[in-house]
Design a protein around this ligand. Structure first.
Ligand code: URA
Length: 192
């Protein structure tokens, strides 16, 4: 494991560990507070993220920011956001197993350095990779699972909520549950 966050970022920015490096514009390492107690993990960068080098900056990201704000969370202060893969899969296809495998070491290293108390998986790809391979977002969203001393929760991917706005209330409800869990764990206040 790399022990220094900036060194880890530099290693990821130079990565040529899978074929996604050939088509990327930027490596999208992650954004937020590296001392956050809550981490959000998406699938992989889309077009806007690839161009700007930051996760969730498109329409889905705007929705995510609004839902976070609703429960007093923000990428500017008290959370960290990363993805399963750090380079954009062409045409926004799902990341492939070998690409996730090639990239997971960076994510594990991020989790190791950040030491979050809660990890929220945004969508099926992250939830199936990190919680359980047969995770069903529609049935299991909003439920907390403990893995290696970290609470894990899966919820809808913001892009799915844009496609199916009828699921937005359930999605927002998951964020409210997250807030309640953080309050229960007294993680509301970030000690920097
Ligand atoms: N979708 C994701 O899963 N991650 C991003 O960063 C952007 C869109």
């Amino acid at each position: 494991m790399i022990e220094n966050f900036e060194e880890l970022r530099e290693a990821a920015l130079a990565c040529r560990g899978c074929k996604l490096c050939e088509t990327r514009t930027n490596v999208v390492f992650g954004v937020g507070n590296p001392k956050a107690k809550v981490m959000f993990i998406g699938e992989g960068p889309g077009e806007n993220e690839d161009l700007q080098g930051e996760p969730f900056v498109g329409r889905g990201g705007q929705l995510l920011d609004k839902m976070l704000e609703h429960v007093g969370l923000s990428r500017k202060t008290n959370i960290y956001i990363a993805n399963m893969v750090k380079c954009r899969p062409p045409k926004n296809r799902d990341p492939e197993k070998d690409e996730i495998a090639a990239c997971i070491g960076y994510l594990r290293n991020q989790v190791y350095l950040i030491r979050p108390k809660v990890i929220v998986c945004l969508g099926r790809i992250a939830a199936c990779s990190l919680i359980s391979p047969d995770f069903k977002v529609t049935r299991q969203h909003g439920e907390f699972y403990e893995k290696n001393g970290v609470l894990m929760m899966g919820t809808f991917h913001p892009a799915a909520l844009l496609r199916n706005p009828n699921q937005k209330p359930d999605g927002l409800d998951d964020f409210v549950k997250l807030r309640a869990k953080l309050d229960e764990l007294e993680l509301a206040e970030e000690k920097l």
